[in-house]
Structure formats: structure tokens, C-alpha cells
Design a protein. Structure first.
Length: 702
């Protein structure tokens, strides 16, 4: 390979590369980013928030803090994919701090000392601590570990105490954000009139006949489009075409597939290791040394599913027996040893709907109880628990239908846990359960299980060997070396039989290119180093080598017609075809007469139970304007031709069944309110970023 040859010719360079590599390994690659001051880069601004520039050094300090948190929590350094998440968390933390700090101060929102104590050692310990401090035997939160840890801080090193202080600040910041989001989400409401409208939209039904004429009923050659038409459309709709900072590339992929020899070598290796596992003195130590997965010795608590590759291949497993090797759909070979099987702490599974009463007086609690009793009665009559939990639930489980997963009795407050573990059958508990958090409707979904299983997992990945990788790299390197421009890219690809793929509109933060994952370096090259018509060096991805060509680029700002001509032309074509189709249908009295105008392309269908709340029509697809138009008709009337994105629709209303009157629209009000509350946190963040004019330049560095 050309790169290896060059390094071998420069021994000093090789030593330097190794030295730099060791430094990066010790301090983290982000400290020496591609544009860092240490490497002589000039641009050290990674973004702007509220008009304040964020320096590379400040951002990296924040990243390092989050990286250390990750190391403390997991006991290992994050992978590159995990580092992407770490960087995103660090950036969001900086945005939140600058955007929301003023809001917290103006509203007088704080975290008291008592509340912080409760979060780290009281009844409401934050999830992060609960996850970190678990008993390896039971997998449950171990309060004694927490107490021992807090006591050890008195004699801990300054670094450890500083880390804990930072953790407490992080917990406090997270709780402040939750308070702020809850404050705004609690202001969401729906009026009785809105509830009534929602009810009518969901229960008003129309019996409809419809005609659909696709745009291809008019050939493109029959439509005359001038540049003046395109300019006029762009001028009238310029807000739809604001340019983003994007790149268009073509690329050739050199796939890395294991050879037959690679497969044979892996089979030989895992077969030998499987035999050694049968007589290993310590199953956990053996698989930790020899398996290629991160957690090869696993404890499966009651209710937790065993590995699918194990259960699908093994019936009635016995303790001490080794099974495998089996090939998996992950391109790996795996063997299992059932190391232990015993009775542990019983665990059950249930779902709940929480009607919160925190902070309420007795009168308000009574109102909440009445609402909860009404919902419970509806569920006892056969109502859908999952849907009701989504609609009424007031905690983080609502979106998953109230599912709490598997839990031990000590995981929940006593009234709740006692009610669940007293059951000897699944199903709805026929009374409300009151706790310090509010009223709960509980549905027991799984009865107690207590069997704990420990399995040693020996897994080897089938990957290309170095010899295979070198052979594929030589092909990619030869192609790149002989390709200097767009013409050569096309010619060489054709001659060598390589398939050229296109990826248009790549965004600055893209990490994948079509189906190529882990392609961040290709994207960075396109934005930072490439010129239009330039060909890249060889990029190494996880399972392929890639050589790319930069075809074009668009900078942020107002677009020129040449940049969006194809999209604008499609829109103008659709407009003109709609008018031509509408003109041809004009004067026809029935849908059948209209279909006769386009006998081969048009279709007539029916929708006997179309609802006002729907935005699609069976047999047509997405047609919201047509749905709205139908409900504005009287029986027997026909709409004018309606322009939808997919074609032209004409509809006839046969009959309309209005929603009947009901005495109480509370359920529909709550439905609207819940939907609004669920969107609140996201909408708050989007609005805050827009108002703060957040500008993200991190794509230049990572």
C-alpha cells in the first residue's frame, strides 16, 4: 500500500505518528482536533449561542467532562459512535445553560439543599445513581453501596470529591430543566369547545365516491415550461427554498467481506475455545478473556429474556453444559454455557396509569380521584388500557402504555408494591391505589417469577482478516491514485466495473451516507477539504473502503434558480398538469364521465366510512385537502378538482353522518391536552434554539 510504503521510507515520521497516537490514547482524541490551536489551526469557533462565540477549547472541556462521566458510569472509554453521543450531550448542555439560565432566574426556580439530598440519598434517588449502584448478584439498586460511597467521600481524593460535586450540579441542572418543562406543559389546556371539535372530527363519518387522476396522465412532453415560469415560481415561494449548507457527492464502495479462509479460521478458533470452556475453572474469567462482546458473563433476572440464539437452539438446558457453536445473523459464531440457575428475589410486571396529586389540596385531590374512578370504570367495561395510559398517564411511562417492566417489591413504594404482589392472577386491579405520588390504576401483566440464570457467552466475530483487507485496499488505492477529476472518476468506474452511487444534499452533521454508516470522515472531507470536481483519498469505514467525488455544494442563504432548478421544475410541472387535467374534466357531470376522459390512468373508488380526522383516502393515499372539502359538501354534491401532491382528486358525497351529541367531552379535552404536553419539551427546545440563533460549526472539527 502506498501509505505504508511512504511511512516506511520515513522512519522519523513513523516514530512521530506512534508518539502522537499514544498521546491521543492517553488524553483523548478530542484534545487534538483537526483544527485545534495545538495543531496550528486558525478557526477555533465551534458555534454561537445568543450571539456568544463558543471556542473549541471551551467545548472540548465540556466534552471531556461528559466523557469522564461516561467512564465513571461504565468503567471504559466510549467508542467513536458513543463519543458522538457524548459530544451531542455536551453541546446540548451548553445550549441549555446559556438559553435557560436566565429563564430559571426570572422564574425563581432553584434546587434546594433538601431536594438535592433527596435526589442523591432519599426516597427519590435519580435514575443515574440507581443504574450505577446495583448489586451484581440481583441486578437491583443497592442502597448500602450508595451509603458506603457517600461515606467514603470524606476521605476521598480532591479529584473524586470534585467529580462528585460536578455530578451533583449535573443532577440539579437536569432537575431544573424537568421543572421548567413541567411548568410549561402544565399550562397546556384544551377548552370544552376544542374537546367537542375533537370528538366531532373523530366521529363524523362520510360515505364518499372519488375520482383520482395521477399527474402522469399528462405526459411531460405535453407541458411547456420556460425559465420565466421557473423564476416566477421561485420568487413566489422563496421561503420554501432557503438554502442549507449541503454537499453532493458520488462515491465508489469497495466492500470488505470475509473470505472463505477467514471463515474457516474463525470456526477453528471458536471450536477449540468451546472445548476449553467445558472444563474452565471460572466461566466468567474465561469468557472475559476470550469472548468478543462487551458483557460475556450475564445474569438474567426473573422475567428477563434469555439470548434468542440460545433459546432457539437449546431445549431444556442443563447447568454446566456447553452448547454451540452456532452461527448468528450478526455474522458471528457463539457458544453458551449455562453456569448457574437458582431462585432469586421474585419479580412481577405491571402497567399503571398515574393521576398525579403532588402539591394539591384535599379538594383538588378529590377531583383527580373522581376522574381516575371514571377511567377505571371504563377500563373495567373493556376499555383499552394502553390507549388510556397514553391519554391520561402523568409520568414517563405514559408513552409506552404505562408499562413498568419487571420489578421487585422493594423497587416501589409500599402501597403500590403490596397491591401488585398480593395478586395471584393477571389483569386489572379493581380499585384505585393511592401513594404519595397520586392515584394509580394498575394492570398486572405478568405473575411473579424468581428464577435467576447465569450464562457464559463465548462469541467470535467473522470479519475480514488483515490479508483480505489489504487486498481490498489495494484495489481502492489504485482507483484513487489513477482518478484525478470527474471525467476520470466516471471512466475508471466504468472500465473497472465499479458501481457509482450518488448522495445529494448531505448535511453538515451527517454521519451516514445512504446505507454507509460511520462515514463521518467522508462528510468532513466534502465540507472542509474538497473542491468541486475533486476526488478523495481512500476512506476506511467499518466494512468498506470508499473513494468519493465532490459533485457540487450549496452554501447557506438565499438560493439561486440553478441550485434548485430540478425541484422547482417538478413543482411547476405539477401546477401546469393540474390546470390541464382540471380543464379536461370541466363540464363533466359525473365521476364516470370524468374517468372516461382518462380511461387508462384515472380510477374511481369508494370510501364508505371516511372520518373528518383522517388525512388519507383509501385507494388514493395522502389527500388532506380532499378530506376537508368532502365534509363541506351536502349529500349529492361533487367537489371541484382538488390539487394534491399525488394527483388530482374529485369527490362526491353520498351521505354524511354527523357525530351524535354527548354530555361530556372531558376525555377528548384530556386527549388534546396530553398530546400538547408530550410535545412541550421538544417544542420548547426548538423555540429556544431559534430565539437564541444557535449556530453549530462543529462539523468543521468532528
Amino acid at each position: 500500500m502506498a501509505l505504508i510504503k511512504e511511512i516506511r521510507q520515513r522512519t522519523g515520521l513513523a516514530i512521530g505518528v506512534i508518539a502522537v497516537g499514544l498521546i491521543l490514547f492517553l488524553v483523548g482524541g478530542d484534545l487534538l482536533g483537526p483544527n485545534s490551536m495545538l495543531l496550528g489551526g486558525r478557526d477555533t469557533v465551534v458555534g454561537e449561542i445568543n450571539g456568544e462565540e463558543i471556542s473549541y477549547e471551551e467545548y472540548i472541556a465540556q466534552v471531556e467532562q461528559f466523557k469522564q462521566n461516561y467512564v465513571q458510569n461504565t468503567g471504559r472509554n466510549p467508542s467513536e459512535n458513543e463519543m458522538y453521543s457524548v459530544r451531542e450531550q455536551a453541546w446540548q448542555a451548553m445550549v441549555v445553560k446559556r438559553v435557560f439560565s436566565e429563564q430559571y432566574e426570572e422564574l425563581g426556580m432553584t434546587i434546594s439543599d433538601a431536594e438535592l439530598v433527596d435526589m442523591v440519598q432519599g426516597k427519590n434517588i435519580v435514575a443515574e445513581l440507581r443504574q450505577q449502584l446495583t448489586n451484581p448478584e440481583t441486578g437491583q439498586f443497592d442502597r448500602q453501596q450508595l451509603i458506603s460511597f457517600l461515606q467514603s467521600l470524606e476521605s476521598a481524593s480532591p479529584q473524586q470529591r470534585a467529580f462528585w460535586a460536578q455530578q451533583e450540579r449535573t443532577f440539579a441542572d437536569s432537575r431544573l430543566r424537568i421543572k421548567y418543562d413541567n411548568l410549561l406543559s402544565s399550562s397546556s389546556y384544551a377548552t370544552k369547545e376544542q374537546g367537542a371539535l375533537q370528538y366531532k372530527m373523530q366521529n363524523s363519518i362520510a360515505d364518499v365516491e372519488h375520482l383520482f387522476v395521477p399527474y402522469y396522465a399528462i405526459s411531460d412532453s405535453a407541458v411547456s415550461i420556460t425559465d420565466a415560469d421557473l423564476e416566477a415560481y421561485l420568487s413566489e415561494n422563496r421561503e420554501e427554498f432557503e438554502a442549507q449548507n449541503t454537499r453532493d457527492i458520488s462515491y465508489v464502495t469497495f466492500n470488505l467481506y470475509p473470505s472463505g479462509a477467514d471463515s474457516a479460521a474463525v470456526i477453528d478458533e471458536i471450536s477449540q475455545l468451546t472445548e476449553e470452556l467445558r472444563s474452565a475453572d471460572s466461566d466468567s474469567v474465561f469468557v472475559l478473556r476470550n469472548s468478543e462482546i462487551s458483557n460475556p458473563y450475564r445474569t438474567f433476572l426473573p422475567g428477563q429474556a434469555l439470548p434468542a440464539d440460545f433459546t432457539s437452539n437449546v431445549e431444556d438446558p442443563e447447568v454446566g453444559t456447553v452448547y454451540g457453536p452456532f452461527i448468528t445473523n450478526r455474522s458471528t459464531y457463539v457458544s453458551y454455557k449455562l453456569s448457574a440457575q437458582y431462585e432469586g428475589t421474585p419479580r412481577m410486571r405491571a402497567s399503571h396509569i398515574l393521576f398525579s396529586t403532588q402539591g394539591m389540596d384535599d379538594a383538588a385531590k378529590a377531583g383527580v380521584k373522581t376522574q381516575a374512578e371514571t377511567v377505571l370504570a371504563q377500563l373495567e367495561e373493556g376499555g383499552n388500557f394502553f390507549a388510556a395510559a397514553q391519554q391520561y398517564g402523568q409520568d414517563g411511562t405514559a408513552q409506552r402504555g404505562g408499562d413498568l417492566g419487571w420489578f421487585a417489591k422493594e423497587d416501589f413504594v409500599e402501597p403500590f408494591a403490596d397491591a401488585v404482589f398480593a395478586r395471584n392472577e393477571t389483569g386489572l386491579i379493581g380499585k384505585l391505589i393511592e401513594t404519595e405520588y397520586g392515584f394509580h390504576i394498575i394492570n398486572v401483566t405478568e405473575l411473579p417469577k424468581s428464577e435467576v440464570v447465569k450464562i457464559a457467552i463465548l462469541e467470535k466475530e467473522l470479519i475480514p482478516s488483515d490479508a483480505t483487507r489489504n487486498e481490498v485496499f489495494r484495489d481502492a488505492d489504485m482507483f484513487a491514485a489513477n482518478t484525478g477529476n470527474a471525467d476520470q472518476f466516471k471512466t475508471n468506474s466504468n472500465e473497472e466495473g465499479y458501481r457509482v452511487m450518488d448522495a445529494n444534499g448531505l448535511a453538515t452533521n451527517a454521519r451516514s451516507i445512504n446505507n454507509l454508516t460511520g462515514a463521518r470522515e467522508v462528510v468532513r472531507w466534502a465540507f472542509n477539504d474538497a473542491s468541486v470536481g475533486g476526488v478523495s483519498p481512500v476512506f476506511e469505514l467499518e466494512d468498506a473502503y470508499v473513494v468519493a467525488l465532490l459533485k457540487g455544494k450549496t452554501e447557506e442563504g438565499e438560493v439561486e434558480l440553478s441550485q434548485v432548478k430540478g425541484v422547482v421544475r417538478d413543482q411547476v410541472m405539477r401546477e401546469k398538469k393540474f390546470k390541464m387535467i382540471a380543464d379536461k374534466l370541466s363540464g363533466k357531470a359525473s365521476l364516470e364521465d370524468m374517468k372516461a376522459v382518462f380511461p387508462n390512468e384515472a380510477s374511481v373508488g369508494t370510501a364508505p366510512s371516511l372520518k373528518l380526522s383522517e388525512n388519507t383516502i383509501p385507494g388514493i393515499g395522502y389527500a388532506p385537502k380532499a378530506v376537508g372539502a368532502v365534509f363541506g359538501l351536502e349529500a349529492g354534491q361533487i367537489t371541484q378538482p382538488i390539487k394534491e401532491d399525488i394527483g388530482v382528486v374529485v369527490a362526491k358525497l353520498n351521505s354524511k353522518t354527523p357525530a351524535g351529541e354527548v354530555a361530556d367531552y372531558t376525555m377528548y379535552q384530556n386527549q388534546l391536552k396530553a398530546n400538547e404536553q408530550q410535545r412541550t419539551a421538544y417544542m420548547i427546545m426548538m423555540a429556544a434554539e431559534e430565539l437564541a440563533e444557535v449556530k453549530d460549526y462543529r462539523y468543521k472539527f468532528f
